[in-house]
Design a protein around this ligand. Structure first.
Ligand SMILES: *Cc1c(COP(=O)(O)O)cnc(C)c1O
Length: 395
């Protein structure tokens, strides 16, 4: 065995022993949140999925799919070049204008994905002499961007604004620029960032507040996201850097930053994950535009995922959620896997999230709710979770 293969095999064994090895399972998505999965024995099982981020089911929407097909026929399957060469075609400009309009910012720039957005934006704005504060539960790609920036990266306790303020008070003066990074909706916990308080801290210390709103756009704040949702409650909020993904509620693929015109123009000439990569394919961009049409027009659809999450929470006796994501923290990875398997035996697909995706000791079932879920399925799931997992496993 080569040293390379021996290295990989040994690492895998170690992960296996700790129940932390990840395995890919082929899944085909169908109507009504159905997912067809292939078991180890080759059998196929149809499950109702509660781990899909396609919150509005727009990836399956006929108008969105039609826009994709039409654009492929008209403009081709791929963009053929990076944005700064010949990859800035009219549809992509239209998408950037649409995103800016939706988020009520001066401008927007789209990237290949949400992950690439953070890897590009953060190092464009902060360098080795600068300070970056990150919420401890922020998404991996905010950390990825912060690391790439080479800045002094400091973690503040989850949603602990006083901690962030203390850190800034102690360190801000030693750095020319400071960024304050947080998820708008936390992807593994479903809670929201306290944006009004963070705005206050950012203002006090001249730090630039950036939110990752991957789970907010399309479902919160009339589809405008978690910042808009909190502004609509009358809060005084200023988030000059709002990024998100086109791959969740928008149902397609891609990422974006919404910001002022000057910031967007600067990022377009600086972000390496924008410059040195091919533009999004026209079918993808056309589908995003069609999806955004629906998001702007269909309030009933936008409200459904959160209503479904709230129904589930009330049925199992959890606090009313602020987003489409509900965690049920069980702690131990093995116990979490067993709970996920139990639900699967009853026809439900609910992911077991384990470290390092979440902190040690907080392995959990993570439920996501979409517009496609049926009330009777949510009720059946809630009954199972309540009777077989929460009750049985109670300490
Ligand atoms: C999914 C996710 C991303 C990554 O977006 P992609 O477009 O899938 O790369 C970024 N941030 C958060 C919080 C996410 O949940």
């Amino acid at each position: 065995m080569s040293s390379l293969d021996a290295f990989a095999a040994e690492k895998l064994q170690d992960l296996e022993a700790r129940s932390l090895r990840r395995r890919l399972v082929e899944t085909e998505r169908g109507a009504d949140s159905r997912a067809v999965r292939r078991g180890a024995d080759g059998s196929r099982r149809t499950l109702i999925s509660f781990c899909c981020n396609d919150y509005l089911n727009l990836s399956q929407n006929p108008a969105v799919k039609q826009a994709m097909v039409q654009a492929a026929l008209e403009f081709g399957a791929g963009a053929g070049a990076s944005r700064l060469v010949t990859g800035t075609y009219p549809l992509v400009t239209a998408l950037e204008e649409r995103l800016a309009r939706l988020k009520k910012t001066e401008a927007a720039v789209v990237f290949g994905s949400g992950y690439l957005t953070n890897l590009g934006v953060i190092p464009s704005l902060a360098g080795s002499r600068d300070l970056i504060l990150v919420d401890e539960l922020a998404h991996a790609c905010l950390y990825g961007g912060a690391q790439l920036a080479g800045a002094k990266v400091v973690v503040f306790r989850h949603n602990d604004v006083d901690h962030a303020a203390d850190l800034l008070a102690g360190m801000r003066a030693d750095h020319p620029r400071a960024l304050l990074l947080t998820d708008g909706v936390f992807s593994m916990d479903g809670d929201l960032a306290p944006l009004e308080a963070l705005t206050r801290v950012a203002r006090a210390h001249d730090a630039w507040l950036m939110t990752d709103d991957a789970h907010g756009i399309g479902v919160l704040g009339e589809g405008r996201g978690s910042t808009a949702a909190q502004i609509m409650e009358g809060r005084d909020i200023d988030v000059p850097l709002q990024m998100g993904t086109l791959s969740k509620a928008v149902g397609v693929y891609g990422g974006y930053l919404c910001a002022s015109q000057s910031v967007v123009d600067f990022v377009k000439t600086r972000a390496r994950s924008f410059i040195y990569t091919t533009a999004l394919p026209p079918p993808c961009v056309a589908a995003c535009l069609a999806a955004l049409d629906i998001i702007e027009d269909d309030a009933e659809l936008r409200d459904r995922p959160l209503a479904n999450a709230r129904l589930f929470a009330s049925l199992v006796g959890l606090a009313a959620p602020h987003s489409t994501i509900i965690p049920l923290v069980l702690g131990d990875p093995e116990r979490t896997l067993a709970a996920s398997r139990l639900l699967e035996e009853h026809g439900f697909l609910v992911s077991a999230i384990r470290p390092p995706s979440v902190p040690e000791g907080t392995a959990r079932l993570r439920f996501t709710f979409t517009a496609a879920h049926k009330e009777e399925d949510i009720k059946r799931l809630a009954e199972l979770v309540h009777d077989k997992i929460m009750i049985r496993d109670a300490p």
